[in-house]
Design a protein around this ligand. Sequence first.
Ligand SMILES: [Zn+2]
Length: 169
Amino acid sequence: THTHTHTHTHTHTLTCDLNIMNSWSPEALVRKSQEARNQAYCPYSKFRVGAAVLASNGTVFDALKKCCNVENACYTAGLCAERTAISKAVSEGHTSFKAIAITSDLEDRFTSPCGACRQFMREFGSQLDVHLSKSDGSYKLMTVEELLPYSFGPEDLRTGENTVGNSKL
Ligand SMILES: [Zn+2]
């Protein structure tokens, strides 16, 4: 029973992914982020944000996850859309990403990720394509490298392991 359930789920996912693969475009990814934005839980800021991230395995696009911002009465406990969307993907086994789209209700400027989200994205690669969009769907394409130059990442931590001989960790 467990195996059957798993297989069914997997098949469903592949079907969805085929749709994504057939229609994948920055514009489509932006539209997905707009869908996520419509679910935003932001009673305090009233600033709706949506993010959609496309996971890739080499040249195969194998998942699309989207999420909105989720605020909290304890303001600092709130979550950004970008980090939540990536966390959804990672929690389902995806750690390689092709692109992410971010949107809000801003009409006159591109929605830009906060510093914490830039660092969060950088964990999975500096070359990730980031589509900063306006509410009309127009977007500006930047890489994580451009958004967060001279960054600190997993490679730096591994270097530390090799050179800190007296670490007690
Ligand atoms: Zn953020």
